[in-house]
Design a protein around this ligand. Structure first.
Ligand SMILES: O=P(O)(O)OC[C@@]1(O)O[C@H](CO)[C@@H](O)[C@@H]1O
Length: 388
């Protein structure tokens, strides 16, 4: 909560403003999310009741004084001590959403070692459906065809695939058909490749976002970066926002690649499996990735790892919110100034799915706001922004 009271930063985005995107997440998406869970799993009455009570609490109630179980308990104890009694409607959006997912895990007994539901990924049915779907097959067919391309063109295509892979966020799909790809509003791709190709043995860190099509595309990008330098792939420590990628999802994706009919896809799967085994691709996680704090409040060890990397690529909209700060920024505020605090070189790859944006040139902003007023939340517009 440390930057809550910073007068030098714009106000935090809340969830109370009628008509706002963040309010619609709680009032429109979460009811669908809970209904999907109730349809996907034969939860017994106690879990069903908890899920329904949680939804009701988020719409009409306040934060209870009880600390939800799970890792990072001291962090949550302090947070709950500070927020208990606060109506949900008065919470900051980033905090409220993160806390909601922690409470969801509590409701389904994810961390309860005495429960048969312990450790069962509540989003697994949706993730598996995507991994077995036709769209991912089309993505992999396209991947196989890239083998013919010039290496620079190929890796740029993989960068864009990873970027647009973020559109396939399953949380986003609870009430949306997949949106068309429209436009890369800011494109600092060249800076990414300059950093990747830079001297030294330092790794590139990729902070993954969603499982399914996005993780598959991210892994193809990781494979391309591995031709130049070592990579660390950072995953979520446990299920978090809908479809967030965990270690289990990585293994499922590697299996899906190995089982694919396309030879180049099988070869990709094998290269990645070998790279994980010999740790040219290090797979890591950190409790920080499931907290509501922003990257301004990095744990020191993670900050040191970021500082030592050639480049940190953070994927997706939630990571963007955590990197920039989930605040009412002027969209024309320079990206480099807003994230200048970051301890190393950082690139953000996201399709825009929340009200937040920075680093948009003013003329471009005017055109976007006129021609596509919902460009910030529709997932049809993407950004590749680099601090270097
Ligand atoms: O990080 P991702 O997967 O790109 O996007 C996550 C996200 O779309 O989900 C939330 C809605 O539930 C938004 O607030 C958020 O930005």
């Amino acid at each position: 909560m440390a930057d809550d009271q910073r007068p030098d930063l714009p106000p935090r985005i809340g969830i109370d403003r009628p008509g706002s995107f963040s309010r619609s997440v709680f009032h429109e998406r979460h009811p669908v999310l809970i209904a999907n869970l109730l349809a996907d799993f034969p939860y017994p009455p106690r879990i069903r009741e908890r899920l329904e009570a949680l939804l009701d609490e988020t719409l009409h109630g306040a934060v209870p004084a009880v600390v939800p179980p799970g890792p990072n308990l001291p962090f949550w104890e302090a947070e709950i001590a500070a927020r208990a009694g606060t109506p949900w409607s008065a919470l900051p959006y980033l905090w409220a959403e993160s806390y909601f997912y922690r409470r969801l895990l509590e409701a389904v007994e994810y961390f309860d070692a005495e429960s048969p539901w312990c450790g069962i990924d509540l989003f697994a049915p949706q993730k598996h459906a995507q991994l077995a779907g036709e769209e991912i097959q089309a993505d992999l067919d396209a991947y196989a065809e890239l083998a013919e391309k010039d290496p620079d063109e190929r890796r740029q295509a993989l960068l864009y695939a990873s970027l647009w892979g973020n559109q396939a966020d399953l949380g986003f799909r609870t009430d949306n058909d997949i949106a068309g790809q429209s436009d890369v509003v800011v494109d600092d791709s060249d800076a990414i490749w300059d950093l990747v190709d830079g001297p030294g043995e330092r790794p590139v860190i990729v902070v993954a976002d969603n499982a399914g099509r996005e993780l598959t595309a991210d892994l193809a990008l990781v494979d391309a970066i591995l031709e130049t330098t070592a990579v660390e792939l950072h995953l979520k420590p446990h299920p978090y926002f809908v479809s967030d990628a965990t270690g289990q999802d990585l293994l499922a994706t590697l299996d899906a690649l190995a089982a694919n009919a396309n030879k180049p896809v099988q070869a990709l799967g094998q290269r990645l499996r070998d790279a994980v085994r010999d740790e040219t691709l290090r797979v890591r996680t950190h409790g920080f990735y499931a907290l509501p704090s922003t990257y301004r409040h990095l744990p020191p060890a993670l900050a040191a790892d970021y500082a030592a990397a050639k480049l940190v690529i953070v994927k997706g909209d939630l990571n963007y919110r955590r990197l920039v700060g989930d605040r009412e920024w002027d969209p024309t505020a320079p990206f480099g100034e807003v994230v200048g605090y970051f301890p190393g070189e950082v690139a953000a790859l996201r399709t825009a799915k929340s009200d937040l944006a920075v680093g948009v040139p003013r003329a471009r902003l005017t055109v976007l706001d006129t021609a596509s007023p919902d460009w910030r939340i529709s997932g049809t517009h993407a950004m590749i922004q680099v601090l270097h």
